[in-house]
Design a protein around this ligand. Sequence first.
Ligand SMILES: [Zn+2]
Length: 121
Amino acid sequence: MLVTKEFEFDAAHKLINYRGKCENLHGHRWKVQVTLQAQVGENGIAFDFARLEEIVREKVIEKLDHTYLNDIFPQPSTENIALWIWKNLKQLPLYEIKVWESPTSSVTYRGEEEKREEGKR
Ligand SMILES: [Zn+2]
């Protein structure tokens, strides 16, 4: 079963080594969608939404909301934010992380690089 919850945070950033509008300091309301994959238990629940909310708020939203993302990321692209969220939520049975920087622009990460790295060993 896939279990999904959505969150939002507001933050400022400017992209490094980039030519275009996003090289100037500006803000976004980012939307984050966390999807877990878990078996439905005997209680009929795969993963408690309240627990999911608590963990994502503590590990991700509280750390990013109303920050200047360049203080946290060398290159605060939406792609790097998605990778960071995946790493910070490693305790969860992650299936997919989706991050929108605008209503029409999003990235989706399913741990691909990580799997490729494991394959190299
Ligand atoms: Zn931007």
